[in-house]
Write a protein that binds this ligand. Structure first.
Ligand code: DX5
Ligand code: ZN
Length: 217
C-alpha cells in the first residue's frame, strides 16, 4: 500500500496559540489551511495574515484550500503569503482551467476540488493538469461535520481516472475524516487525508496525528 499523507486542518486549532498548535502537528505531512469568505460558503474563517503567520511558525508545507468566490483574484496573494499548494473549487469560478494554470505559473502545486453534490465529471477534463484532486466529504463551510458515506465511492472512481492520466497526482479527502474511516479511504485510493476535529479535538494535535497514523498502519 502507498504511504498516506496526513494534513491536519488548522481550522480546528486554538488560534490564540497558533504557533504551538502548529508545533503539535509537526509529525504530520502538510498543514491544511481552510480559507472561507462567507460567500462561497456560509462561514468566514481567516485569510492571508493567518497563512503568513502559520508559514513563519511551521516547516510543514502549507496546503491552502480556498473556499472563496472567484479565487483567481487572490491566487498571487496566497502564493506570496506562503502557500505551497492551492486548491480551488470548480463551483467558484467560470474559468477553472485558467485558475489551475495561474497557480502553476506562480510555481505552486495546483489542486482542484468539488462539493459533494457536484458530478465528478466536472473535474475530469482537468485531471491531467493538476497536482492534487480533493474530494470534499462534507459540504464545505464548517469543521466537525459527519462524513458523507457516498464519498468513498467518489474516491474510488477518481482513483481509477487518475491512474489512467496522472497517477502521480495526490488524491485528497477532506471532511469528517476520523481514525474509524481513514483506512477505508486509503484503500479506496486516497493518498492524503485532511482532518480537523479528529486531530485537534480530544487531547491535542500530536496525539490526534498519532491516532490517525495508527489507524492507517
Ligand atoms: C470544511 C473544511 C475542512 C474541515 C475539516 O469546510 O474544508 O478542511 O476543516 O474538518 P473536520 O475534519 O472536522 O471535518
Ligand atoms: Zn479543507
Amino acid at each position: 500500500a502507498r504511504a498516506v499523507k496526513l494534513a491536519p486542518s488548522i481550522l480546528s486549532c486554538d488560534f490564540s496559540r497558533l504557533g504551538e498548535e502548529l508545533q503539535a502537528i509537526a509529525g504530520a505531512d502538510w498543514a491544511h489551511v481552510d480559507v472561507m469568505d462567507g460567500a462561497f460558503v456560509p462561514n468566514i474563517s481567516f485569510g492571508l495574515p493567518i497563512l503568513a503567520a502559520a508559514r513563519r511558525a511551521s516547516n510543514l508545507p502549507m496546503d491552502v484550500h480556498l473556499m472563496i468566490e472567484r479565487p483567481e483574484r487572490y491566487l498571487r496573494d496566497f502564493a506570496e503569503a506562503g502557500a505551497d499548494s492551492i486548491t480551488v473549487h470548480v463551483e467558484a469560478t467560470q474559468h477553472i482551467h485558467r485558475a489551475v494554470q495561474q497557480i502553476k505559473e506562480l510555481g505552486k502545486k495546483a489542486g482542484v476540488t468539488l462539493n459533494p453534490g457536484t458530478p465528478l465529471e466536472a473535474v475530469r477534463p482537468l485531471l491531467a493538469d493538476v497536482d492534487l484532486v480533493l474530494v470534499m466529504s462534507v459540504n464545505p463551510g464548517f469543521g466537525g461535520q459527519k462524513f458523507i458515506p457516498a464519498s468513498t465511492e467518489r474516491v474510488r472512481t477518481l482513483r481509477g481516472w487518475l491512474d489512467e492520466v496522472n497517477p502521480q497526482a495526490e488524491l485528497q479527502v477532506d471532511g469528517g475524516v476520523t481514525p474509524a474511516n481513514a483506512r477505508l479511504l486509503a484503500e479506496a485510493g486516497a493518498t492524503c487525508l485532511v482532518a480537523g476535529s479528529a486531530v485537534y479535538g480530544a487531547d491535542g494535535g500530536a496525539a490526534g496525528v498519532q491516532r490517525l497514523r495508527d489507524a492507517l498502519a
